[in-house]
Every structure is written in C-alpha cells, then in structure tokens.
Design a protein around this ligand. Structure first.
Ligand code: ADP
Length: 398
C-alpha cells in the first residue's frame, strides 16, 4: 500500500505542480500582455503628446507676433521663431530669467508688474541697437498645469514699421504745410502792400502782380504734384500700356520745354534710337521725361546741353532711357536722397528755382509702376545723368 500511496501522492503533487505552473504561466503571459499594453499605451500617449507639442510649436511659429511663455518662477519655458527674430536671439534661452535672456530693464519691470497685476496690456518697449525696434507687449498670467501657481504668456507686436509710417506721414503733412505757407504768405504780403497804396504806382503794381502770379503758379504746381503723388500712391492711376515709340515721346517733351530751355540758352538733344520701343503708358512716360528734362534745364548749366538718350536695358526685356546735363552735378551726400519727397540738394536755392520738391518722387513712382528702376550718376562739376529702365513687355518697336 505504502509505495502505491507514495506514487499516487507524487502524481497528485506533480498534477498540482503542473496546474500551478500552468496558472503561473497564464498569469505571467497575462502580466506580460498587460505590460505590453501599458508600454503601447505609454508610447501612444508620448506620441500624442509630442504631436500636440509639435502642433502647438508649429502654431506658435506661424504667428507673426513673438510669443514667450514663462513658468511660475519667471523662467523662459517656450518661445516662438518670431520672438527669436524680433530680439535677434542667437542662443537657446530656455530656463533663463527675463533679465538673463534679454538684458532689458523695461521687460523685466513689465514681468514684475505682471506678477502683481495679472494682466499688462498695450505696453511699449524699445529695443536699442542698429535696427532699433518698438514693440507692443500684451501679457497675461495663466494658471499652470496644477491650476494654482501662475505661468505667464507675453505676446509682442512689432510696431516699428507702423511708427515709421506715422513719422513719414507727420513729416509729409509738416512739409506740405510749409510749402503751402511760403507762397501764400508772400502773396498775402504783396496784396496787402498793393492795398496800402502800391496799386497807385503802376510800375510797382505791375511788378508786384507778376510776383503774385509767379507764386500762384507755384501753388498750382504744388497742388497738381500732390494730387499726382496721392493718386499714384493710392493706386488710382491705372496704367494704359500701349506699344510706344520712345523717341516720339522724348521729342514731345523737347517741344514742350523748348521755350523754357531757350530762357537759359540750353540746347535740347534727342538721341533716343529710332527703333526703340516698349509697351508703356505714354502719358506717364512723358511726365517722367518732362520732370527730368525740366530739372536738367533748371539745375543744369545756362548755355549748356541736355541730352535724352536710350539703349537696351541690361536686364532682358527692359529698355533704358537717360537724361544727361552738363551742370554742376549733385553733391555725393544728396545722391541717395534726391528721390525722397521734398528733399532738395540745395535747400536755399531750389524753391526759388521754381520746383515743388516732388518731381523726382513722381518719377520714381511711375518708373517703379512700369516694373523699372531709377538711379542717378553725378560728378560734381561734370553734370548729372538720370537713368531709368522700363519693362518692354515683349514690344521692341511699335
Ligand atoms: P524740385 O522740385 O526741387 O526740383 P525734385 O524732386 O525734382 O524737386 O528734385 C529734388 C532735388 O534734386 C532738387 O531740389 C535738386 O536739388 C536736385 N536735382 C534734381 N535734378 C537735378 C539735376 N539735374 N542737377 C542737379 N541737381 C538736381
């Protein structure tokens, strides 16, 4: 009985062991399945998280405004590419304090205020340096992930261009007022003198009336030029591009200005090649050449020569025209600026020479709207040559 019992007991024990092993095996495989599942879930979560972070970063980077996220300690947690560009950051500033990252007192004062007030809107800060910038900052404190401590988000708008435009507009209004006031006060002065008795002396009265007439013309030209500039800038002038013989237009300008040239004994020459043509707005081109030749007569040498010339442009599909005078030339420091509105190389003499200060600004506008560019070459004492190019639009000869 004994050995049989032992054998049965051994088999039973083996059976139990086997079952136990099987259960352990099952448990183990369940456990490893669960582990795998957890791993997969974590990988999925990580993937989703990195995708969300990448999406958030892409969203931030697509913004024109600079965005800066500070953690509850006021250290940089995240920033976008616009912010990097605005501040010209050359290094990773994550983990740094505002002062360490930007070295700007204005900004660190703003962050201190933000921590006390919760929101700071419309604050302007100025970035010094070669390319000085003016930024508007809107900042707000936001609860962090735990919902208790505060993180901060700062949004920076670049106002530099807007401020520049505002300045240009202010300068323009000041210039226009000045240009209008000068002839108006002269006219008023002469009229008052006439009323006070000068009208009774025919010779004096005639001289005064001629002066009044001259200044009235000046006002009219100024207003005409202002209207032209305003129409050009607001895009109201639509170019009527037609195949045009450039020599013909140069000839018309010479005819129109012959009398004025005669007053200074200036010879006008048309050297634009016969066969040179382009698809242009003929009236506008005439205005460009008129302004350039008119200047050449006015600022060039009395008894001198003014030449209008032409040749194929250096860039394919362009022609180049030029107006040359043999006058005193333009000082080097004025060369870059003569195309600015109301800029005058010789501030004392130009207004009395009859200009409005807008002639070359109009030239530049019209040339650029024809897809061309304009520039001047000048050597003092040797004259000036104004060059400009025009797109031919495939037209070589009308
Ligand atoms: P303005 O009405 O004063 O002539 P413009 O815009 O036509 O205004 O010209 C701007 C300035 O450029 C002029 O005041 C003058 O000082 C200078 N300038 C223009 N053309 C010439 C030239 N051919 N020679 C010398 N100076 C010139």
């Amino acid at each position: 009985m004994g050995p049989i019992l032992t054998i049965v007991a051994v088999f039973a024990a083996l059976g139990l062991l086997y079952q136990g092993r099987r259960r352990i095996g099952r448990l183990e495989s369940e456990l490893s399945l669960q582990r795998q599942l957890t791993k997969d879930l974590k990988a999925l979560h990580d993937q989703e998280h990195s995708r969300a972070v990448a999406q958030q970063q892409a969203l931030f980077n697509s913004m024109i405004e600079g965005v800066l996220l500070l953690d509850h300690d006021g250290r940089v947690q995240m920033f976008n590419q616009s912010l990097e560009r605005l501040f010209g950051l050359g290094q990773d500033i994550r983990g740094k304090t505002i002062m360490e990252a930007f070295r700007l007192h204005e900004l660190s004062t703003l962050v201190n205020r933000l921590q006390k007030e919760g929101t700071v809107l419309g604050n302007e800060i100025h970035l010094p340096g070669l390319e000085a910038r003016c930024l508007q900052v809107n900042a707000t404190a936001v609860p962090d992930r735990q919902g208790s401590r505060q993180a901060s988000i700062l949004v920076f708008h670049d106002l530099t261009r807007f401020k520049q435009l505002e300045n240009t507009r202010r300068e323009f209004v000041a210039n226009v007022s000045h240009e209008l006031r000068t002839p108006l006060s002269l006219i008023k002065g002469f009229v008052e003198t006439l009323i006070d008795g000068a009208k009774d002396e025919p010779a004096v009265a005639m001289r005064f009336l001629q002066i009044i007439d001259k200044h009235t013309d000046r006002l009219t030209f100024l207003i005409e030029d202002l209207l032209t500039i305003s129409r050009l800038e607001s895009g109201q002038i639509v170019l009527n591009l037609q195949p045009t013989a450039l020599r013909t237009i140069a000839g018309r300008v010479i005819d129109d200005l012959q009398t004025r040239a005669g007053e200074r004994r200036v010879r006008l020459e048309n050297r634009v090649p016969e066969k040179q043509g382009a698809k242009v707005d003929a009236d506008r081109l005439q205005q460009v050449l008129f302004n350039l030749v008119d200047n050449a007569i006015r600022y060039g040498r009395a008894d001198g020569t003014v030449i209008i010339g032409g040749r194929p442009g250096e860039a394919a599909g362009h022609v180049e025209l030029w107006v040359h005078d043999d006058g005193p030339g333009i000082p080097p420091e004025a060369i870059e600026r003569v195309f600015e509105r109301f800029y005058r190389a010789d501030k004392a003499r130009s207004p009395e020479q009859g200009g409005t200060g807008l002639g070359l600004a109009i030239v530049k506008h019209i040339v650029q709207s024809h897809g061309g560019k304009v520039w001047v070459e000048s050597e003092q004492g040797k004259g000036s040559t104004f060059h400009f190019t025009l797109e031919t639009h495939g037209c070589t000869c009308p």
